[in-house]
Design a protein around this ligand. Sequence first.
Ligand code: 15L
Length: 270
Amino acid sequence: TKRGRILMTGAAGGVGTFLRSGLAGLGWQVRGFDLVVPDDPGRTEWLVGDVGDAAALDAAMRDVDVVIHLAGIPVEDRFERILKSNIDGTYQVFDAALRAGVPRILTASSNHAVGYYERADFRDAPIGVDVRPRPDTYYGVSKVFVEAIGSFYADRHGLQVASVRIGSCFAEPLNRRMLDTWLSPADATRLFDALATAPELGYEIVYGISANKTAWWDLEPARRLGYEPQDDSDVFAEKIAAAEDQAPDPEDPEYRYLGGRFTTRVPPQD
Ligand code: 15L
């Protein structure tokens, strides 16, 4: 498989930091675009800029085969800030890719686009990618927008787009909920590499998690595009059970909802 150049927005962030080294290791040339160059620049070419700056994005799109758009506020915030960074910023990235003729964009959506689904809803069958959105925050609303503009640019302009509803991408699951939602860094690399190289792509929504025994989500759409997860949060289950000695309370939002505690978050007032 030919692996060319990726432009990664938000490359200095949490998911970006895992992905840029993983994808470079598979032979991709990674160009990072972020507000800052991180302390560990690695094998990445860096451009410092803001996704609100169309001219900076035009320069960043040169000779790019695939855009991986991760930039944005990663948690709940005031709507005006989410609007600027996550909604307008995502529009700017899609429009710059279109102007430059970049054929494919992979975007970070989130479990928080569907965070109000309940554990009880999915006892028998995993949650599919075609359920109606149920965002749990303004942050989650912005991720529904990310999915919507991807669908629109695919249908209107023929862009190849995948929206990845990322679960919890950390080195290890940090709590009980993340046993269900964990995406290991190595599986994140496998998933984005599969989406970047899939021979055919129109518009797809996929769930981004590892092969967790306790997952709520349907991984078939991702597998159809070539994703073969190798990790399972189960290996951390004992460690987490020891750290959280109480049995989960079914009424606790953290246990009840897909989005966990995000369903109770209010924006900061400052
Ligand atoms: C997200 O979308 C957040 O960006 C991240 O910080 C985690 O909280 C993750 O979801 C999660 O739900 O664990």
